[in-house]
Design a protein around this ligand. Structure first.
Ligand code: GDP
Ligand code: K
Ligand code: MG
Length: 298
């Protein structure tokens, strides 16, 4: 019998695809933590978010990316640069598609056909589909992306076939020592996740342009043994949006605060005191200086 210890494997796995196909849902399932925010609205994920999965003889560094789109303003260009950099330095690419995809994603597919990195093509949301629909979609992708290493139907929502995805990734991971300390879960600081939790609630509670015109900054994050005290600023682009965020007698902002705080307490396993202020900052989405402050440029 071979008793030699297994070599340690480590690598980077980029999760890419169009908005709303289920990239963030999948990463959370694969990492086993709710790191990435999930809503039914497109372009909720703005940054590249790392989720690290550690085992005794492996380290998988997932990166969840914003959906691939044609940039229309400065913020979106910054978002796309996160996507493209994640293509270049990946060991494995998870290309996530939706079973009900309408196939207007040709520029991405074209780019992936030239990729040197192994691609696992995932057909997501099959919980909504019939066996025939799944088979037809698999045939479609065999023809349109013949270089895909595997084509796997999944349901990220139900964690169906996600174990299989994990095994295919491990098989393709190079021998390498860990890139991050083995007890780390992500590269982002805690206050980033706190601001993302607030942003998610904004996406869920407000309509139309309001969530897209909003950014959240945690100005203060103080932790002691018993409690985390946070001061968050919600920036909007216009005074009218500020009014909507606050709501009648402050009712709307109170909902955001309560819901976000409950989730923070679960995530940080600690009591949270959260204070939220709303400020107007015209045109932050177009202003490179503000985008830098919000973490969109290195
Ligand atoms: P992303 O924009 O690609 O990151 O997609 P999200 O992970 O934010 O998911 C977008 C929407 O699709 C959310 O409403 C999810 O609950 C939903 N979703 C994700 N995976 C599945 C799935 O396997 N089945 C179904 N029915 N819905 C899913
Ligand atoms: K989304
Ligand atoms: Mg996402």
């Amino acid at each position: 019998v071979d008793t030699a210890p297994k070599p340690h494997r480590a690598g980077f796995v980029s999760i890419i695809g169009k908005p709303n196909v289920g990239k963030s849902t999948l990463m959370n399932v694969l990492v086993g933590e709710r790191l990435s925010i999930i809503t039914s609205k497109a372009q909720t994920t703005r940054h590249r978010i790392l989720g690290i999965l550690n085992g005794p003889d492996f380290q998988l560094v997932y990166s969840d990316t914003p959906g691939i789109i044609q940039p229309k303003y400065e913020l979106q260009s910054a978002m796309m640069s996160f996507v493209y950099s994640s293509l270049e330095d990946a060991d494995v690419i998870l290309f996530v598609t939706d079973i009900y995809e309408k196939h207007d994603e040709e520029p991405v597919v074209e780019r992936l056909r030239r990729s040197e990195v192994p691609i696992l093509l995932l057909i997501n949301k099959i919980d909504q589909a019939t066996q025939e629909e799944v088979e037809a979609k698999m045939a479609y992708w065999q023809e349109h992306m013949p270089n895909a290493a595997e084509i796997i139907p999944i349901s990220a929502l139900n964690a169906f076939n996600t174990e299989q995805v994990f095994n295919h990734i491990i098989d393709r991971l190079p021998e390498h020592e860990a890139y991050y300390p083995k007890d780390e879960l992500t590269d982002k600081p805690e206050r980033f996740f706190a601001s993302e939790m607030i942003r998610e609630k904004i996406f869920k509670l407000y309509k139309k342009e309001v969530p897209y015109s909003t950014e959240v900054v945690i100005e203060e994050f103080k932790e002691d043994d018993a409690i985390i005290r946070m001061r968050a600023i919600i920036y909007t682009e216009r005074a009218s949006q500020k009014g909507i965020i606050i709501g009648d007698k402050g009712g709307a902002i109170k909902k955001v605060g309560t819901w976000a705080r409950e989730e923070m307490e679960k995530f940080f396993q600690k009591k949270v005191f959260l204070e939220i202020h709303v400020k107007v900052n015209e045109n932050w989405r177009h202003d490179p200086k503000m985008l830098g402050r919000f973490g969109y440029k290195q």
